[in-house]
Design a protein around this ligand. Structure first.
Ligand code: FAD
Length: 294
């Protein structure tokens, strides 16, 4: 099913993001993670795409497993920086062949060595337009509640409007740890008459060092309240995990109460936090399903 159709059936959707194998996670391990996450019955699962197409085969295979073996809707990420139209055509053909109907269309970060080799697509909106012309996919785009690090907030909003007008069916946010930032951004989108369903990306913190690294890379801020939690628990992994899950829960409950289209959990290929979160919102999801007549 196309994710744009899913929103007509239920809101908020709950989804998980996984990443392809790396130095720590073998393909077998990633498949185990997917099997366990599938038992939690998310509405869809997304698979990231390595910069420059480095995980291309794995991304398609993993999305195919999610869709065709685990019977969960799959969202395959696809980046276009440095890619040719021929390369993108091959991936789209592969996704079609594997029955994958949803694509998260991204530009990708520009690698330093590629600055003069942007390829045939400069921005995500070029890719979105291209996919629309290619075939019948439901297309997601990224947005940044605290702005994208390469540009100023106003220009970024303007560019987001262009991206939406190119054919984006839904938007998934970069991580944020202060719901207020998300609400402020949502209000600005409202003023621009952007009504595309918004999915909030939430990351349960399980490792303090990792989160400091990720936030410094993506320009997302750590609020005082979270800083205090990190300072206190980052050297105690068990306490850090508990506190991180509780923090994410608080964010999620507040967002759900505020009519969000979906919550996307950045699982970092770990199952425990997603399991706890799904347990904690079990009654909320049952109520959602009753309201939609399930
Ligand atoms: P764009 O929408 O193209 O925006 C990039 C920059 O260009 C912004 O500053 C924007 O304001 C500006 N811009 C946009 N359009 C125009 C235009 N027409 N003219 C001029 N300027 C413009 N990276 C990966 O490598 N693999 C992944 O799987 C992946 N998944 C992600 C999932 C989510 C939900 C998010 C939020 C990010 C993800 N990323 C991923 C990271 C992403 O690739 C980077 O943040 C990248 O720097 C921007 O990608 P984008 O698609 O938002 O680009």
């Amino acid at each position: 099913m196309k994710i744009k159709e899913l929103f007509k059936q239920k809101q908020p959707t709950i989804s998980f993001e996984v990443f392809p194998p790396n130095k720590i996670y073998t393909l077998e391990k990633v498949y185990e993670v997917i099997d366990e996450l599938s038992l939690l019955k998310p509405d869809f699962m997304s698979v990231t795409y390595g910069a420059g197409g480095s995980t291309r085969r794995n991304t398609v295979d993993i999305a195919s497993k999610i869709k065709n073996i685990n019977n969960i809707e799959a969202l395959a990420h696809l980046t276009c920086i440095g890619a040719t139209k021929k390369e993108i055509d091959e991936i789209l053909k592969d996704l079609n062949k594997n029955n994958i109907e949803n694509i998260m269309a991204l530009r990708g970060d520009i690698p330093q060595e590629c600055e003069n080799k942007i390829g045939e697509f400069s921005h995500a909106n070029d890719l979105i337009k291209y996919i629309k012309e290619y075939g019948d996919f439901s297309i997601g785009g990224a947005f940044y509640p605290e702005g994208h690090q390469e540009t100023n907030d106003l220009l970024d909003l303007f560019n987001l409007k262009t991206k939406v007008d190119s054919g984006t069916d839904f938007l998934i946010s970069q991580i944020f740890f202060e719901n207020e930032k998300f609400y402020e951004f949502k209000e600005k989108l409202g003023k621009l008459n952007i009504k595309t369903p918004l999915i909030a990306g939430v990351m349960p913190i399980t490792n303090g060092k990792q989160i400091r690294r990720i936030t410094s890379m993506c320009g997302c801020s750590i609020p005082e309240k979270l800083k205090r939690i990190l300072d206190r628990y980052e050297d105690n992994p068990i306490a850090m995990r508990e506190a991180g899950i509780a923090y994410a829960m608080e964010q999620i409950i507040e967002l759900i109460s505020d009519d969000i289209a979906g919550i996307h959990i950045y699982t970092m290929n770990r199952v425990e936090a997603s399991k706890k979160i799904m347990e904690n919102i079990g009654n909320i999801l049952r109520k959602r399903d009753e309201n939609y007549g399930y």
